[in-house]
Structures are given as structure tokens and as C-alpha cells.
Design a protein around this ligand. Structure first.
Ligand SMILES: [Zn+2]
Length: 341
């Protein structure tokens, strides 16, 4: 039985992105595949009064079961509304349920039938004309239902769930007008040097700072500026935008982990991007790292502990803090829907 997202309190991204563009901030898109992550995302975004995009990848669907994830998202909306009611909030934060890296029309359609309010169709691995045709096919199905569609042009390097690419290729600004016009997509993910995963840059691409930590090459803001010039006012999306928080890397390595030279995109560069036409910034790896760091620390310091709540609970607390800080300092999305509580 199919369900419309409108009946479960979700929102598409259109109004969210209009506000983000005008307010010069970006909406956070956080991935989840388990309860603690989802609780942390909703708690952090409700308390910081930030719009939020809940992202589900194909890997998450396989791991957690797509039906369960759908109902978890529905539960998350209700949880946010209860928190708002308890605090007497005068507006509700908009919440989107979004398919991350959909690769076929059938998958996008199935998600939409299951209550998703937004889908990404990633045809970036296809030849240009096929990318347009596939994206357009999804838009033609989604638009009458009020579901927003994100496309991608250019390729990110890195590995994340089922998405893998050896080599990145930057988005060519001269292609974006044609792509947006013919695909009629609602937002566009571009490649300007972000990358999926915890090893975004190879040591040979970087320099090292005084502590020996890798300093990555800067994002290609020149490409972003050219894209903005070609399609003024059009919402841009950045994937692979975790910073691979170095405190988390250090904690993981201190307590038995092995994440040598894990590195991400510096947060000041993301803050700069969020002030531009970038309206959505995807963050997944940082959540994984903070969770892992906390759990490793609990295991090392309390080896007798065996109740999952005693390590997943602290991990959830650390996630809430991290998401709130991201909303406030990186995305600029905090306090946009009323006063923080
Ligand atoms: Zn991605």
C-alpha cells in the first residue's frame, strides 16, 4: 500500500531551500541507519531549531530494512512535534525524508511510494545524455506528487556505502544550464573537491601542519562561483562534506583504532560554501566517527560493561552535541525556525 509523505508530516525541500538561499545558510542532510543516530539527529535539530533532511542510502535500506526506516522517520517527525509542543515552540521545523544516491528509476519510485518526500537520482556515472534522461524520468514521476528531486553532475571520489569512484571529475560549469533546463531537476549536487568517506584526500595531495596532520587542498570555490553565475538562485548540494573531526580520529586511534591519515574538508570552507548557493550539505562520516570514538572509549575505560545502552547512550549524547555544533557553526542553520531550546 503506498503512502504520501504529506500524510506523515514530512516536507519536500523546495521551501527549505528557498529560505536557506535567502538566509545564506545550508540545510543539514544527516544519514541514519539506526535508532540512536536518528534520535540524535532529531533531538539536535529540534533543539537548535534547524530544518533537517534525513537521508537514507541504499546501504542503509539493506542494513535496516526499508519499511522499518520509513516508520522510524514517521516516528521521528512525531517526536520532534512533541518536543516542540513541550517547549511551546511557535513554529515546526521542516523534516524531509530523502533517498541518498538513488541509482534507478524503480528505486526512486519505490521510495516515493513508501513516503519519501525527496529523492536523489544519481546518474553521474552515466554518459551525459543518459544522466539527463534518467533524471528527467524521475522528475516526471515525482513532481506531480510534490516530491523534490536532486540530480548530480560531475563525480566525487571516495567510498561510501555502495557509492564508489576512484577518480573525481569536477563539475563543468558550462554544462549546468543545459542539465538543469533539460532534466528540470529541483537541486543539483556538484563536484568541487569534496569526497565521500573518511579518507578524502591522499597524503600526496596534501601538506602537513605542525602537528603532522594532513592539510587538504582547498575546495574549488572558483567552480562554485561559475556554477552560481550560470544558474543564479538555483539550489546547489555538496556531498562528502564531513570534516573527519580530528579529535574523533585521535580518540579512535588512542583506544585501539587504526585510522591513519583520515582527513576531511575543513569546517571553515564548508561555512563559506553554506553562505553561497549551496543549500544542502551532506554529513555522514562525522557521525560514524564520533559514535565509534565514544564507543571505543567506553569499552576501554569500562571493560566490564555489557549493556548496549551504556555505550550507545554516550555515543548518542556525543552525536547530539556534534550535530548541534554543526548546525550552529558550519551550516548556519540553527535558530532559523524560532529560538533554540
Ligand atoms: Zn553522496
Amino acid at each position: 500500500m503506498s503512502v504520501s509523505y504529506k500524510n506523515i508530516g514530512l516536507a519536500n525541500t523546495n521551501d527549505m531551500f528557498r529560505r536557506a538561499f535567502a538566509g545564506r545558510y545550508a540545510v543539514p542532510a544527516y544519514n541514519f541507519n539506526n535508532m540512536e543516530q536518528l534520535q540524535a539527529i532529531i533531538t539536535a535539530c529540534a533543539e537548535s531549531r534547524s530544518p533537517v533532511i534525513l537521508q537514507i542510502s541504499s546501504g542503509a535500506r539493506k542494513y535496516a530494512n526499508q519499511t522499518l526506516l520509513r516508520y522510524m522517520a514517521e516516528g521521528a517527525v512525531r517526536m520532534a512535534r512533541e518536543m516542540e509542543k513541550a517547549k511551546g515552540a511557535d513554529q515546526a521545523i521542516p523534516i524531509t525524508l530523502h533517498l541518498d544516491h538513488g541509482d534507478t528509476f524503480e528505486l526512486a519510485k519505490s521510495c516515493i511510494e513508501n513516503g519519501f518526500s525527496s529523492v536523489m537520482i544519481d546518474g553521474s556515472h552515466l554518459p551525459y545524455e543518459e544522466n539527463i534522461a534518467l533524471t528527467r524520468q524521475v522528475v516526471e514521476y515525482a513532481r506531480p506528487l510534490g516530491v523534490s528531486v536532486e540530480g548530480e553532475l560531475g563525480r566525487l571520489a571516495g567510498i561510501e556505502d555502495d557509492v564508489k569512484a576512484e577518480q573525481s571529475s569536477y563539475t563543468q560549469p558550462e554544462q549546468v544550464v543545459d542539465f538543469v533546463r533539460r532534466s528540470t531537476v529541483d537541486s543539483l549536487a556538484i563536484s568541487i573537491g569534496t569526497s565521500h568517506g573518511a579518507y578524502k584526500f591522499k597524503p600526496e595531495q596534501c601538506t602537513r601542519d605542525a602537528r603532522g596532520i594532513l592539510v587538504p587542498p582547498p575546495l574549488r570555490f572558483d567552480i562554485l562561483a561559475e556554477v552560481e553565475k550560470q544558474i543564479p538562485g538555483f539550489p546547489i548540494v555538496l556531498h562528502g562534506a564531513s570534516s573527519v573531526i580530528q579529535d574523533a580520529v585521535a580518540t579512535i586511534n588512542k583506544y585501539g583504532g587504526k585510522m591513519k591519515d583520515a582527513i576531511g574538508v575543513p569546517e571553515d570552507q564548508l561555512r563559506q560554501a553554506a553562505r553561497s548557493a549551496v543549500c544542502k550539505i551532506n554529513i555522514d562520516t562525522d557521525g560514524r566517527m564520533v559514535m565509534t570514538a565514544t564507543i571505543r572509549q567506553v569499552f576501554a575505560e569500562q571493560p566490564g560493561e555489557f549493556d548496549p545502552r551504556k555505550y550507545l547512550g554516550p555515543a548518542r549524547t556525543a552525536l547530539i552535541e556534534m550535530y548541534k555544533r554543526k548546525n550552529r557553526e558550519v551550516l548556519g542553520s540553527a535558530g532559523r525556525y524560532g529560538q533554540e531550546f
